[in-house]
Design a binder for this molecule. Sequence first.
Ligand code: AMP
Length: 126
Amino acid sequence: MGYDYDSDNIFARILRGEIPNDTVLETEHSLAFNDIGPQAPVHVLVLPRGAYVTWDDFVAKASADEILDFARTIHAVIEKLGLDPANGGGGYRLIMNSGDDGGQEVGHLHAHILGGGPIGRLVSGS
Ligand code: AMP
């Protein structure tokens, strides 16, 4: 995976409406949809709409509005799906894979929200 933004990556195509998605929530700056290959009973991806490859790229270049919207959209999905452990939910894991060592496959920043049951070990060998 390269670190120059590829505007033909699959999430860019989803954001342009060229490929369908199973939307959970959308806001001005962010989109949340169900992962096509769920690794847990609940597996939602949250993306900023802007063209950012990694978390670091996003924090360095995004506007304060985009960063706040992304953070709040993640929170809103957690609340919408009843995962918030402080609000009666069972909890969840929030993951952002970055770069090769992080196992990032799609070069458009996305957060994984995993829940709906015990998620298991933090890191498993491959
Ligand atoms: P990562 O390895 O962090 O880049 O995660 C990429 C994620 O995107 C994987 O969990 C895939 O299952 C998911 N994915 C790939 N294509 C699609 C798609 N068309 N719709 C929803 N999720 C997708």
